[in-house]
Design a protein around this ligand. Structure first.
Ligand SMILES: *Cc1c(COP(=O)(O)O)cnc(C)c1O
Length: 415
């Protein structure tokens, strides 16, 4: 018997344990395109409910933009639905190379290679460019996909305390015996919304002969004056050796990712990166849509400017209400609740008020750091934000947390 009763029972117990720990994740079904206003079915089978979406990575509001949809449709007609191949066998069309060229120009790098996703880019890049004589030195809060990519690489691994430049310098000194040093960080950290100190990181890299890797998934398209990313914001464009980013967030929100950076490093990924060699090519329809996205955002900063305005308005609004938010400039705005159950209760009540947000707690964030991560979009109008703020004020009052700081919330609800 392939799946014996006791084998099934053992898996059922594992699932029960996840439920009992309050960590079971339920999917909600959206019955509309992604956008500021969506229709959600939750729980499954319930009638659809119209809600304002404050938890998508649709930063520029391009996920369902008519020009992007139209470009994708034209791409579908011109280059077909799928390629049934990896890139290096017969999965590369002219449009794949065209998109890579546009990404190179937009990110201010030397070359770019598309991957099926940024998760795949991160899974492949380290192994492709480093050996067991090298070392990877990563910020302790880097994205899970980077952690996985580092596991697949034979280079030595070390970490530095989150954004702690003194600690990073100490690690760089410790590893001077290694052939090559690679500093690894996110550009914008996804849970706190804070930016890496890329100017300082680049200076340390120059001083201690290291390379710099930055994952720009939560930055490409909107951070920096023209939306090029954290490197633009920090004044170090052209000085980052490896950038990875996703097409699955601000840049249209479909799927796909890339490794961009020094010509030789990108070429080594083309030769060796396993998710590039052994996973299917990005579909032509997505490539065509992404080319349009880059045209739209290279021509005007209108969308990232609106996102910046929305972010400021939302942050000020939450502070005025008396909620405890993480300071910063990015459109990731965490409302801190510290207690996992409180975060889930507040999210549920906000949903009842027509606001779609999700509570985050361990293991997604550290224990005692539960929160609701709100995310702004250029698709939001002021009226969306005003309705969101009214709902946060109402639910915050219900739980008696308005005006309370960290210690007071923890005193009241535990962490
Ligand atoms: C979302 C995200 C990824 C994964 O991107 P996909 O293209 O969806 O695989 C990788 N790194 C970071 C920092 C992310 O936020």
């Amino acid at each position: 018997m392939a799946f014996a009763t006791r084998t099934r029972e053992s898996y059922q117990q594992e699932l029960s344990a996840i439920r009992e720990a309050g960590l079971f994740k339920e999917e909600r079904f959206i019955r509309s395109p992604q956008g500021a206003d969506i229709e959600v079915e939750f729980p499954a089978g319930a009638p659809g409910k119209k809600v304002i979406n404050l938890c998508a990575n649709n930063y520029l509001g391009l996920s369902s933009h008519p020009e992007v949809v139209e470009a994708a449709r034209r791409g579908l007609d011109a280059r077909g639905y799928g390629l049934s191949s990896v890139r290096f066998i017969c999965g590369t069309q002219d449009i794949h190379r065209q998109l890579e060229g546009k990404l190179t120009e937009f990110l201010g790098t030397e070359d770019t290679l598309l991957f099926p996703s940024c998760m795949d880019a991160n899974a492949g890049v380290f192994e492709a460019v480093l050996t067991d004589r090298d070392v990877m030195i990563a910020d302790r809060l880097v994205h899970a996909s980077i952690v996985d990519g580092m596991r697949l690489c034979k280079a030595a691994t070390d970490t530095y305390k989150h954004s702690d430049m003194k600690h990073l310098e100490q690690k760089l000194q410790e590893h001077q015996d290694k052939q090559r040093r690679l500093i690894i960080t996110d550009g914008v950290f996804s849970m706190d919304g804070d930016l890496a100190r890329l100017d300082e990181i680049v200076a340390l890299a120059e001083k201690h002969d290291a390379m710099v890797f930055v994952d720009e998934s939560h930055a490409s398209g909107f951070i920096g004056k023209t939306g090029r990313g954290t490197h633009e914001h920090c004044g170090v464009m052209g000085k980052i050796d490896i950038v990875t980013t996703t097409l699955g967030k601000a840049l249209g929100g479909a799927s796909g990712g890339c490794v961009s950076g020094r010509r030789e490093l990108v070429e080594l990924c083309r030769q060796r990166a396993r998710p590039y060699l052994f996973s299917n090519t990005v579909a032509p329809v997505i490539v065509s849509g992404a080319i349009k996205v880059l045209e739209l955002i290279s021509g005007t900063t209108e969308r990232r400017d609106k996102l910046e305005w929305n972010t400021k308005y939302w942050r000020e609004g939450l502070l005025k209400i008396g909620l405890d938010i993480k300071a910063g400039d990015s459109p990731i705005v965490p409302v801190m609740l510290y207690n996992a159950k409180l975060a889930q209760d507040v999210a549920r009540d906000l949903y009842a008020e027509g606001i779609y947000v999700v509570g985050f707690f361990f293991p997604v964030v550290a224990k005692g750091q539960a929160r609701i991560r709100t995310q702004l979009s250029a698709a939001h109008d002021q009226s969306h934000l005003d309705r969101g703020l009214a709902a946060f004020a109402k639910v915050g009052a219900k739980y008696g947390i308005l005006g309370l700081g960290k210690n007071e919330i923890i005193e009241k609800y535990g962490a």
